[in-house]
Design a protein around this ligand. Structure first.
Ligand code: HAM
Length: 424
């Protein structure tokens, strides 16, 4: 039997995914271009990883986390390899680092789709897109600061004003294991007042209970011990340097001892940037932290790393909530209106585009009226009108579509220069 079933209705994109169409897509390309510019200024190069990996690559992201244990899209390919669609980007970047042995510090940025089988809602998709950056091979806390400053400045450059930066340190592994004992003892006494889902986390990952948004749990953990109280000297010094760096960059931040993040590979610094303009369930527009054990967990040499990622869909929702970063209409320089059989429109558009101008035209032998309507709708600055008279005289009629100015005749030979003169 064929695997393809005819649909009685036109197909739609799968639940939790979206088509990003023009004109909205114009904001995406502008956002990515701005991110690329900012990361380029700090020496980060573009990286593109595969969209799927051996499923083992994502094990260190967290077997006990929702992202890996419940939401991952995994499958066996025709060669019986167990693969997974990437739920996040950091593990792939570090897998590539282990594979290619680049010089350190290795600074890379990416824009990539990620896949998580979540319950779709506003700002939460099954395919979402992240802008991210990673710096592998540096222990210096100044890199944590560099990344936070870059993300913060990126958000400010696109015009976001309502931002909260939350930071925390979850220490090194040794500190954390000591802390787990404390925390487990505290949570055990309150076991009965916790939400059942959170109760299950006490043994496996007690810190994740602190991150719970469930009201019963929130009340029970109000005065839980924090890791900041028991942190080792190295972790403390690291965190102090991070705070000093943010102060020096004049970036306001809040220390949030409950911030543990939903992925397992973090050590020392973790952070999140929230947009208070969004609902709290989707207010994290970016987040990241240090992952000093990840390269080793993926079979490479012990190598520190740190980075962040920010969701494009959420950033744009925050922009909408603040009324900024609006779509810019099409910015065509000219629209060619051909009163003949279309050959002149074809040739003039090609010549003008080769001259670096943005130009469009109508097809399918539309009437002059329909072509003028299309020219007006296109957002072009000028209509370039060519009828029999113009053709015979080697001229074109230029009509400024944004003003009531008279039309003027210009020579077809100098058309690109004449347009440029008027556009500048
Ligand atoms: P994450 O916090 O899981 O971190 O995701 C980063 C950002 O992606 C979130 O802050 C949010 O803006 C967006 N995001 C996540 N899930 C969804 C979703 N289902 N729908 C829409 N947007 C979403 C990471 O992925 C880490 N790899 C970040 C990192 C890089 N840490 C170190 N380096």
């Amino acid at each position: 039997m064929s695997a393809f079933v005819a649909s009685p209705e036109p197909f739609k994109a799968p639940i939790g995914t979206r088509d990003i169409l023009p004109p909205e897509s114009e904001r995406w390309t502008r956002l990515v271009a701005e991110f690329a510019r900012i990361m380029g200024l700090a020496g980060y190069g573009f990286i593109q990883n595969p969209m799927f990996e051996d499923i083992g690559v994502f094990r260190p992201v967290g077997e006990g986390t929702d992202v890996v244990s419940k939401e991952m899209y995994d499958f066996f390919d025709k060669g019986d390899r167990h693969l997974a669609l990437r739920p996040e980007g950091t593990a792939s970047v570090v897998r590539a680092f282990n594979q290619h042995h680049p010089l350190v510090p290795w600074k890379v940025w990416y824009v990539a789709p990620n896949f998580r089988y979540e319950k779709p809602q506003a700002g939460r998709f099954r395919q979402h897109h992240q802008l991210g950056a990673e710096c592998v091979g540096v222990v210096d806390p100044d890199v944590d600061v560099e990344l936070m400053v870059l993300l913060w400045d990126f958000f400010c450059t696109i015009g976001l004003r309502e931002l909260r930066l939350l930071i925390n340190s979850i220490g090194d592994l040794e500190t954390r294991h000591g802390y787990y004992e404390h925390l487990r003892a505290y949570l055990d006494v309150r076991r009965d007042s916790l939400d059942p889902e959170d109760r299950r986390k006490i043994d496996q990952h007690p810190m994740r209970v602190l991150d719970s948004k469930r009201p019963e749990t929130q009340d029970a953990i109000a005065d839980a011990p924090t890791l900041l109280d028991v942190m080792s000297g190295v972790s403390r010094a690291h965190f102090e340097r991070v705070r000093a760096g943010l102060d020096a960059a004049r970036i306001p931040f809040e220390i949030e001892p409950r911030l543990v993040r939903g992925l397992d590979y973090y050590t020392h610094t973790v952070f999140e940037i929230q947009s208070p303009a969004l609902d709290s369930a989707q207010s994290a527009i970016g987040g990241g932290g240090r992952y000093d054990g990840l390269a080793e967990a993926l079979g490479g040499k012990a190598t520190p790393g740190t980075g962040f990622a920010a969701g494009i869909e959420r950033i744009l929702l925050a922009c909408d909530a603040e009324g900024i970063f609006a779509e810019q209409g099409a910015r065509l320089d000219a629209f060619v209106v051909d009163l003949g059989d279309g050959s002149t429109a074809r040739d003039v558009s090609t010549a003008l585009r080769r001259g670096g101008l943005s130009v469009d035209r109508a097809f399918d032998g539309r009437s002059p009226k329909a072509q003028m309507k299309a020219a007006n709708r296109s957002g072009a600055r000028f209509a370039v009108i060519i009828g029999e008279d113009e053709l015979a005289a080697g001229t074109v009629t230029l009509k400024d579509l944004r003003s009531d100015k008279q039309q003027e005749m210009v020579s077809r030979e100098n058309l690109a220069d004449e347009l440029r003169k008027r556009l500048s």
